[in-house]
Design a protein around this ligand. Structure first.
Ligand code: FES
Ligand code: FE
Length: 438
């Protein structure tokens, strides 16, 4: 915890101890203080459309079942039998009316209530089934199809927790109804989860270096390689209380793709109702967006071109950085498509998303190969004993002055350059606050 206090004390100078990206003690504390008391994303509603549909997910490192019960209510249940603690959910997803524990056969309804205990009368006589249901997450709520749960006793409402980041999520999600395409990709990366969350919160700086080759083969818009004030329409949004968003609303190029690159078969179904005009304008002219919802959900949207002469398309993805100890994370990645799109279009999106942001994706490999080297240096004895600090000073007072967009109509503070560390610092500031809150 010394490391935390040191981080807090040096934070205003833009200095962050390298060791926080690989520290066994901190990673224990953050399971309690970050994951078990903030709203954490679990699933998209389209993954469990019918009563009995379930998926097995994690909060921090713990297994939780996300299930639609017979009444249609989404329940989040700790996957641990109340008898001896065995996991009762035997698959990553499926449909069931009951979960039957494999150890001694206690059987729970998909609402979590205990329904049957073998030899109940002859062995227990008076067992109160009501007291022995699966543990339910106390707070479950959704935002535009995104299912979240919170384990704190008395948290803010989800809408209050999301605050301004909901506005930026809705620049995507309010356009039409979305569904998850296929199963989420998931794989283990030898890096700390915070690096992913920070990267999507505002590390636009890295694209020109590590992702140059992907843009050079023309798979993604060259806008990715243009940075700074000179790159029209780049906006970094912070001041969202631990969340952050980044947009390229390239208003100067109406002849290019509109609505992130969605083809007309899809944009015809878009609905401006329910969006404020500023959101609709952003959705119409933007080509690229990323963001992070504290603590560990991120999103990405980009126009793509998969073959010369073809209409452009759009990759919209959710990703989650799941802690697995100090130097590993399970990376989860969902592809979202408009429900009404053609199968042919969905197939194109699946291919491009898999080729770019998946275990074998070129963008993904660029990033994760680097991130695991950070875990290695962060875990070094020398970094710890000398308390080495990293530089998160870009865009801070005293550095190159970055103008604020005074006409910005969305929540938060919009800076007119993507060469600044504000989004990443927003995530870090919230993390320190949560970690130091008893
Ligand atoms: Fe589940 Fe015994 S552990 S029935
Ligand atoms: Fe990247």
């Amino acid at each position: 915890l010394e490391l935390l206090e040191d981080m807090r004390d040096n934070f205003e100078q833009g200095l962050v101890p390298l060791s926080v990206y690989n520290d066994p003690e901190l990673s224990e504390v953050e399971l309690d203080r970050v994951f078990n008391r903030n709203w954490v994303f679990l699933a998209h509603e389209s993954e469990i459309p019918e009563p009995g549909d379930y998926v097995l997910r994690t909060i921090g490192e713990d297994p939780w079942i996300v299930v639609r019960d017979e009444s249609g209510t989404i329940r989040v249940l700790l996957d641990s039998c109340r008898h001896r603690g065995a996991q009762v959910c035997r698959a990553d997803k499926g449909n069931t009316s009951h979960f039957r524990c494999p150890y001694h056969g206690w059987t729970y309804k998909n609402s979590g209530d205990l329904a049957g205990v073998p030899h109940r009368v002859e062995s227990y006589r008076e067992l109160d089934l009501k007291q022995w249901g699966l543990v339910k997450a106390p707070h479950v709520d959704t935002h535009r199809g995104l299912v979240f749960a919170c384990l704190a006793a008395d948290p803010p409402e989800l809408s209050e927790y999301l605050g301004g980041i909901a506005w930026y999520l809705d620049v995507h999600l309010a356009l039409t109804e979305f569904e998850v395409l296929g199963d989420p990709h998931r794989w283990v990366v030898g890096a700390n989860w915070k690096i992913g969350a920070e990267n999507f919160a505002g590390d636009s700086y890295h694209t020109e270096s590590v992702h140059r080759s992907v843009v050079e083969v023309s798979l993604f818009p060259s806008i990715l390689l243009k940075h700074g004030v000179a790159a029209q329409g780049k906006r970094h949004i912070s001041g969202l209380g631990g969340h952050a968003a980044n947009l390229n609303h390239d208003v100067g190029a109406p002849e290019e793709a509109q609505f992130w690159g969605y083809p007309s078969e899809v944009t015809e179904q878009f609905d401006a109702e329910g969006m404020d005009p500023a959101q609709y304008e952003l959705a119409k002219w933007s080509k690229l967006s990323t963001g992070t919802v504290f603590p560990n959900l991120s999103y990405l949207c980009s126009a793509f071109v998969d073959a010369p002469g073809r209409p452009p398309g759009t990759v919209l993805m959710l990703r989650q950085w799941q802690p697995r100890g100090p130097a590993a994370m399970e990376l989860w990645s969902w592809i979202l498509v408009p429900k009404g799109a053609s199968d042919e279009y969905k197939d194109r999106v699946a291919r491009v998303a898999t080729a770019s942001f998946s275990p074998s994706g070129n963008f993904e490999e660029d990033d994760t190969a680097i991130w695991s080297t950070i875990a290695r240096t962060a875990g070094s004895r020398y970094a710890r004993s000398e308390n080495l600090k990293l530089n998160y000073q870009m865009g801070m007072p005293g550095m190159a002055e970055i103008e604020r967009d005074e006409n910005w109509r969305g929540p938060g503070v919009a800076l007119m350059s993507d060469l600044e560390d504000g989004g990443q610092r927003t995530v870090q500031r919230r993390w320190i606050e949560e970690m130091l809150r008893p």
